[in-house]
Write a protein that binds this ligand. Structure first.
Ligand SMILES: [Zn+2]
Length: 234
């Protein structure tokens, strides 16, 4: 293999690594956003559970007030009944008292039911809190690992970049523009092996003279179809 092709292959290897590292770096903010979104979902669920509990507690309070109003009324009616000397008024007040006591009874039943609901909502809130703290722990771990990956990828990138700067000096200057152009247009694969008379970059069969030219290895040979630089594996 020609020395210049060997140098190009090593350069291409580092350039491909740089491309992969750049892709990883690009992905990291998305990973970070995805991790944070998990937290937002659980935070919203907890806020909803908390509001449901508050609403229910408010309902209990309102029922208690309603019940208390009935109790006061009943007390007042009983006093009136005690004080009256008219039989028909006594009877009428008695009916009123029965009606209010039935009302009060209904409110007390409702209050018990609502208090049961408060317990249910309180448990739901506790479950949401536990879920959030679990998620928070996981998300913190995720974010830490993303930050670590970020740092590691950047270190790798500067190391490979430094290495690349030295390697590029080993490639004849006149080939660099062709190589750079192919790297861009051929998705990071500028140099392809020639195998069984075919270019492994585009899998097209090469004409005999191209195969010959690549085999003698005296000058840079390009695939007549995709234009990639060809080399024969040893
Ligand atoms: Zn080709």
């Amino acid at each position: 293999m020609q020395n210049e092709v060997r140098a190009l292959l090593i350069l291409q290897d580092r350039d491909r690594r740089l491309l992969a590292l750049a892709k990883d770096l690009e992905k990291l903010p998305q990973d970070e956003a995805r991790a944070k979104a998990k937290l937002a979902g659980d935070e919203a669920a907890l806020a909803k559970a908390h509001q449901a509990l508050l609403d229910c507690e408010l309902r209990v309070k309102k029922i208690e007030l309603d019940a208390e109003t009935r109790r006061t009324t009943i007390k007042r009616l009983k006093l009136q009944q005690f004080e009256t000397r008219k039989n028909d008024e006594f009877q009428a007040l008695g009916h009123e008292i029965v009606r209010y006591e039935k009302d009060l009874d209904d409110f007390e039943t409702k209050e018990l039911e609502a208090m049961d609901e408060v317990d249910t909502f309180r448990n739901a809130q506790k479950a949401a809190e536990a879920a959030l703290s679990q998620t928070r722990k996981l998300v913190e771990e995720d974010l830490a690992s993303i930050a670590e990956r970020h740092a590691r990828t950047q270190t790798d990138r500067s190391e490979v970049t430094a290495e690349r700067e030295k390697l590029v000096l080993l490639v004849p200057e006149e080939i660099i523009p062709l190589y750079n152009r192919l790297m861009k247009t051929k998705a990071g694969l500028a140099i392809a092996p020639l195998r069984d008379g075919k270019c492994e970059g585009c899998h097209m069969k090469l004409i005999a003279s191209t195969v010959m030219k690549a085999q003698t290895g005296k000058e840079i040979t390009q695939c007549e179809d995709c234009g990639r630089i060809l080399y024969v594996e040893e």
